[in-house]
Design a protein around this ligand. Structure first.
Ligand code: XMP
Length: 520
């Protein structure tokens, strides 16, 4: 379960709250390692000396559904401080002998909590004020405090909004300190981990780097490792981490599918082979991909063809390197945390959209997944610590099937060439206008329609270029970015004037949902 039995941590027991990951992030932002485990998975035996504090998350359950939360309450008898948040607060109170009932007034959204008593948990939380704005989301509430608990703060509708049992070091908050709508919420979490759990900081990018390098060395020993390098953030960080850990025993394979962005293959070779001196095998498979994709227009078929061919080519080159035992992958923490956490069905799944997902079974390789405990922002910071350039680290995401899913319909060499140019113009202009980092993802696509235009005195009949630029947190939902008219005008002029084959530019203003970010 753990990254390292000796790495002190805050254990977050998940009861299915949509904010559980946020709790883990807040703790880590404060410089302390945290780990999430489902309430159905955690056993008393897992509570070892490295766990310095336990957070019970919120969740959609209620404390009366005894069968639905088969949580081993003996865990609470271990001498470790506990912070219960929302449902976690209710279950902590219930299991300690208190009472929980349905609230007369449900509280959703912003509320004020008023200070009643001092507590280590609220040190410098209220500041000069007697109250603080917090974010509530609950239908039940604690109605009777257990023995030895006292009220620290109350809201209008929740008398026991913050409570403590100083002897046991049990703390409960009815609201969500992990969300930004709770004023000074991070202070509460900080007080819990530093003043109450007395844990020391152990989670900076530098700590992670050293720890992960050691872990990789321990795991792979003297064996060879292969890694599919795409040039994206995750695979780049994995490659550089392994390069630092095992040097020439790492073999990176970079497949040029011909569906990459303009000059991408040159940049990857320059960065990884020339600058970082990584063992890089460059495979130019442009022709092979184009041949397989000839006359294919169905999006799912395209994806399958690209994925399968990628694996075939990767295998072909990997086999040339004798005695490979491991495959390195850029699996991240959110990929590991189950989506339906309340069911407790946590499985260590390989990213399903990852291009090399089929490899380990066939080649009988063991997985090295050094980033599997990190969030994306931590991966980015680690990348900088590993000496990767900001340009690589803060690049927009790029899908595995590449430009193929940005050319709806049949793909031809001519279309790829046109699209590469248009995309390049768009992205360069975003960068030149200081917009690139304000946007989560942007790209140009080439639509399979030709329209009439007029240039000079001549009629043109050329393709339609679609531009998409979105803001998002994680790619799950997205909104279109609102450009100024002057920018839109200038980019559309530049594309139409400079790229033969495009005579019209449109901007996609749909959000996700109902649309997706990519076109196919
Ligand atoms: P959608 O189009 O599903 O995209 O809204 C969400 C995010 O995922 C990326 N994406 C992919 N990434 N292989 C990948 O590695 C894929 O097949 C794939 N399809 C979509 C997309 O670029 C966006 O960031």
């Amino acid at each position: 379960m753990s990254l390292d039995q000796n790495l002190n941590k805050i254990l977050i027991i998940d009861f299915g709250s949509q904010f559980t990951q946020l709790i883990a992030r807040r703790v880590r932002e404060l410089g302390v390692f945290s780990e999430i485990v489902s309430h159905k998975k955690i056993k008393l035996i897992d509570i070892n000396h490295s766990i310095k504090g336990i957070v019970l998350s919120g969740g959609p359950l209620n404390v009366y559904q005894i069968n639905k939360y088969s949580f081993d309450k003996k865990i609470l008898q271990v001498d470790v401080p506990v912070l219960g948040i929302c449902f976690g607060h209710q279950i902590l109170s219930k299991l300690s002998g208190g009472r929980v009932k349905q609230s007369k007034h449900r509280e959703f959204g912003v509320a004020n909590v008023y200070k009643k008593n001092n507590s280590l948990l609220t040190t410098n939380f209220f500041g000069n004020k007697k109250f603080k704005q917090v974010w509530m989301s609950h239908a039940d509430q604690v109605s009777k405090l257990p023995k030895n608990f006292k009220v620290v703060a109350s809201s209008t509708n929740s008398k026991f909004a913050i409570v403590e049992n100083k002897i046991k070091k049990y703390y409960g908050v009815q609201f969500h300190p992990e969300v930004t709508h709770t004023e000074n919420g991070k202070k509460l979490i900080s007080n819990f981990i530093f003043l109450i759990c007395k844990i020391k900081r152990n989670w900076s990018s530098k700590d992670q780097k050293n720890q992960l390098i050691n872990d990789v060395r321990k795991q792979v020993g003297n064996n060879k490792v292969i890694c599919a390098l795409s040039g994206g953030v995750d695979s780049s960080v994995v490659a550089q981490l392994l390069n630092k850990a095992i040097g020439k025993k790492l073999y990176c394979i970079f497949v040029n599918t011909g569906l990459l962005r303009k000059n991408e293959e040159i940049q990857v070779v320059q960065t990884f082979k020339k600058r970082l001196k990584i063992n890089l095998i460059y495979v130019n498979a442009e022709k092979e991909f184009l041949k397989k994709l000839k006359n294919v227009s169905d999006p799912e078929k395209k994806r399958k063809i690209i994925g399968n061919l990628f694996i075939k080519i990767f295998e072909r080159y990997a086999k040339k390197i004798k005695n490979v035992k491991f495959l390195a992958q850029g699996t991240l923490y959110p990929d590991l945390i189950e989506s339906k956490s309340v069911t407790g069905s946590q499985t260590s799944k390989i990213k399903s959209h990852h291009n090399v997902g089929g490899l380990p079974k066939k080649m009988n390789l063991k997985l090295v997944e050094p980033l599997k405990f990190l969030f994306k922002d931590e991966v980015r910071k680690l990348g900088l610590e590993l000496n990767l350039s900001k340009e690589i680290i803060s690049r927009h995401p790029f899908p595995g099937p590449g430009l193929a899913i940005r050319i709806p319909g049949i793909i031809t060499n001519e279309k790829i060439k046109i699209l590469k140019e248009a995309d390049y113009y768009f992205i360069q202009n975003l960068k030149n206008n200081g917009l690139y980092h304000k946007i989560w993802q942007a790209y140009a696509a080439l639509l399979p329609v030709k329209t009439v235009g007029v240039m000079g005195d001549n009629r043109t009949y050329e393709y339609l270029c679609l531009l998409r630029a979105i803001t998002s947190e994680d790619g799950m939902t997205a909104d279109y970015y609102e450009f100024k008219k002057s920018f839109m005008q200038s980019i559309s002029n530049k594309i139409v004037n400079s790229i033969r084959g495009i005579n019209r530019v449109v901007y996609d203003v749909t959000s996700k949902p109902p649309s997706t970010i990519e076109l196919e």
